[in-house]
Design a protein around this ligand. Sequence first.
Ligand SMILES: Cc1cc2nc3c(=O)[nH]c(=O)nc-3n(C[C@H](O)[C@H](O)[C@H](O)COP(=O)(O)OP(=O)(O)OC[C@H]3O[C@@H](n4cnc5c(N)ncnc54)[C@H](O)[C@@H]3O)c2cc1C
Length: 536
Amino acid sequence: MTQGNGNHNGNGNRNGNGNGGSIITIIYYKNKNLINNGSSYLTSSTTPLDILLSPKYATKEEIDIAIREFIQIVGDDHVSCLEGDLEHHSDSFYNAHKALKTQKPRAIVYPSCTQEVSAVMKICHKYHIPVVAFGGGTSIEGHYVNTRNGISLDLSRMDRILEFNKNDLDVVCDAGVGWQDLNEFLSPHNLMIGVDPGPGAQLGGMTSCNCSGTNAFQFGTMKENVIGLEVVLADGTIITTRQRPRKTSAGYNLTGLFIGSEGTLGIITKVKLKVHVKPENEGIIEIQFESIEDATNSVKNLIQKNIKLNAIELLNNKMMQSLNLSKQLAHIYEEKATLFLKISGASPLITKETIKQIKFVITDNNATYFKVATNDLEKQEIWSARKLALWSAIQYGKSVLGNDAQSISTDVAVPISDLPEIIKLTEHDIEQTDVVGVIVGHVGDGNFHSCLSFNAENEKKAWEIADKCVERAVIQFQGTCSGEHGIGYGKRKYLELELGSQTIDLMRRIKMALDPLRILNPDKILKIDPADIGEH
Ligand SMILES: Cc1cc2nc3c(=O)[nH]c(=O)nc-3n(C[C@H](O)[C@H](O)[C@H](O)COP(=O)(O)OP(=O)(O)OC[C@H]3O[C@@H](n4cnc5c(N)ncnc54)[C@H](O)[C@@H]3O)c2cc1C
């Protein structure tokens, strides 16, 4: 238990004595500020940042004691303090918001079941140890950077598919199950899951980011696919948000609360997930255009005409160039604005009819090339080109600007009718600078990424392009700063721009209600410490 500091109490409100809420409130709020504008923060509905005291976390010595206790729970082999492991759990090639050298966990703990997660959380709660959950480590907004040098809780040992309810089209899985492994399991049953994020991502991390991917246009994001969750709360309490009904009006939507919460509200240990019958007679189409406007207008028209598509992916000419340069593809593409579409139908006749409708729309929009992949190899080649986009965009930046080049990626989503305008403006902004930028997106959902690579000289310009893109999306077009990647550490300022400070203050109130000690993934999504001067 943390000693000798009047600002915090190692027992928190674990005793459930009914007074916990108000004790915590008094301890963690600046007493002198409790009354503001005639209303007390004890009775108000939101928690502005400036009424909080800075959180107090365990000392290094206390963490060392806790590590011995973790070993009692998960075993010696499942706690690591090896430098390589600490680094792997701090940062990655894809992470756009690099961890500082000092931002590393002190230990990695690998629990094997919910009870172990709960026991570990109780220890962390007792000593006020920051806990950053870790899934596949594929998130890209600095989500799992250890800003407070606590522990990383790696769920990868929890990798069991616990229930396969084929007749109900759902599964119940441990949080550490990888989506590709799950698809491999489902494939012989002609089933699949609805989302396809970065390779290696796991269900817990995917739920925490509300991820999606190329198939979301047809099947929705994690929000539409998760039926219920098992979650371990900050004090070790285990809860279930929902059983397995397809619909419910019963009480608060706690499942929704944890989806997209990025490990800041609880540790997800089990995920109940919808599965889908694989589309029949699936075809993949490649279409090219002379201009990006023609491509994006086609997208708008295809959707407005309600043509049944399973996925619509846009890659601009620079993105196609970077794919060609990657030398990972079976053939070289023309470097023009390109759409990759997925279609399907109950019979080949229906897909044929869909193709006819698509041709009609794209001809109107001056398409220069149209190809339907005819066999599995061709289909796979086209889709793997799309899946290579982020990697090849980053490599492209490095090849032009040198190996030290870094990359950031915008992730805005706007109403579909505004898509052509915002993409045109963003492409124009990139062209005005020496920043290396490509555009790629799941445009059926109005979501696109401008992947911007920069070096020390043009870093400021890259951020200006990103800022402008987000400002347009959220102010001019009523969109969002993040369609699928989440906020992490890197997009906090954009979230405030999008929603306003009072909405963020409400989110902070929810955070403080569930995690009053602020030990769960501190500093992500929103600021929790008035001393935090991070600019993002
Ligand atoms: C090449 C590439 C392509 C990508 N493409 C897409 C795409 O098309 N669509 C898309 O949406 N995303 C995409 N992503 C982003 C990424 O794959 C997703 O954000 C994914 O959801 C992250 O899952 P993860 O298991 O890797 O989570 P991690 O990176 O391990 O963690 C992400 C966040 O969730 C928290 N977390 C992890 N596990 C848990 C848990 N059990 N309980 C509570 N919190 C937890 C972490 O603390 C962290 O804040 C891509 C990434 C890469 C590298």
